[in-house]
Design a protein around this ligand. Structure first.
Ligand code: SAM
Ligand code: SF4
Length: 329
């Protein structure tokens, strides 16, 4: 699938639920209203949609959310997608998780064919972790990480950089990832969804963080790319990768290879734009995939050139009204 700018679309991210067992301060408001279950696709419908994308050349699927591992019966979908890994099918099935349920699921994920996961963790201090996630317990996530390691899953830690909150922990996180054998990616906070007035205060440009990190660590350039927005270095002292995702200070759209499906079957062609295509109507309209295939092709033809994120004290604190949990980051 080629979009109007010649980019090949080979990566689908699927938000399997908008619900979550955490309420991270940069992601959700405390009193979120979630979608009624009747609007959410069944796992069978999600599997059918993923199958259509795989037939059209998608090679990588990432499950996300909300928290993907709180969706009831999620292993049915993961097992079914895992069975599609192989020649002419998927090259990779992966997920992004907050780690709270990993202790229970790590071995099952590996058995299903998952080999790498991203785990979000913004602080190694138990109290700060709970205040950032509002409902999370650090010890539970650390236990999940141990289980994931024991199951043989490669782990990348995602850390959202929050000014004055966790920027003083970056050195510790880099050292810890080195000891544990994890890669680390720092992410600039993005203006998605109304979470209250604090957004401008949370934003830390990663150019500043990198300068501070380089006082302690040697960052060697690498040409490692995942087709995604992260720019990677190798930390010479630990040998692990350190990535920076900088949507606010550096536009990464020219190499974008991905589209995003919500749990209600809306396809977003760009994380930072509002345009979406409804794929739920075509799958519910007919058992044949003809209408669905046509809707996918039509949507890819509308993929925009790039996002318009701005965090500015003078402007509104939201660039797109959806919360990150809708399209899953
Ligand atoms: N619940 C899972 C998790 O936390 O990993 C998956 C969904 S979560 C929405 C995906 C990623 O988006 C997480 O790494 C999270 O930290 C990040 N995220 C959420 N809101 C964000 C925001 N406003 N700006 C930047 N990253 C955000
Ligand atoms: Fe939940 Fe992930 Fe959003 Fe945190 S970042 S509230 S864990 S969806």
């Amino acid at each position: 699938m080629l979009d109007p700018f010649g980019r090949s679309i080979s990566y689908l991210r699927v938000s399997v639920t908008d619900r979550c067992d955490f309420r991270c301060v940069y992601c959700m408001a405390e009193d979120m209203t979630f979608l009624p279950k009747s609007e959410v696709l069944s796992l069978e419908e999600m599997d059918r949609l993923c199958g259509a994308f795989i037939r059209k050349g998608v090679k990588k699927i990432r499950l996300t959310g909300g928290e993907p591992l709180v969706r009831g019966g999620i292993m049915t979908l993961i097992n079914s997608l895992g069975a599609r890994i192989g020649a002419d099918g998927l090259e990779e099935l992966t997920l992004t998780t907050n780690g709270s349920q990993l202790e229970k699921y790590a071995a099952q994920l590996h058995a299903a064919g998952v080999r790498r996961i991203n785990v979000s963790l913004d602080s190694l201090e138990p109290e700060k972790f709970t205040s950032l996630t509002r409902w999370g317990k650090l010890e539970k996530v650390l236990a999940g990480l141990r289980a994931a390691k024991a199951a043989g899953l490669a782990i990348k830690i995602n850390t959202v950089a929050l000014r004055g909150v966790n920027d003083m922990e970056f050195d510790r996180l880099i050292a810890w990832c080195g000891e544990e054998g994890f890669d680390l990616v720092l992410i600039e906070v993005m203006p998605m969804g109304d979470i209250g007035p604090q957004r401008v205060d949370q934003y830390l440009p990663l150019s500043l963080a990198r300068t501070a990190i380089q006082r302690t660590w040697t960052l060697d350039d690498t040409d490692y790319r995942t087709g995604g927005p992260a720019r990677y270095y190798t930390v010479r002292e630990t040998g692990r990768r350190l990535g920076f995702i900088t949507p606010m200070t550096h536009n990464f759209c020219e190499s974008c290879n991905r589209v995003r499906l919500t749990c209600t079957g809306q396809l977003y062609m760009c994380l930072g734009q509002e345009d979406s295509a409804d794929l739920r109507a075509p799958i519910r309209a007919s058992e044949s995939d003809a209408q669905l295939d046509a809707a996918i092709i039509e949507a890819i033809a509308r993929k925009p050139k790039g996002h318009d994120f701005v965090i500015d004290r003078r402007g509104p604190n939201v660039s797109v009204p959806r919360h990150m949990s809708v399209t899953g980051g």
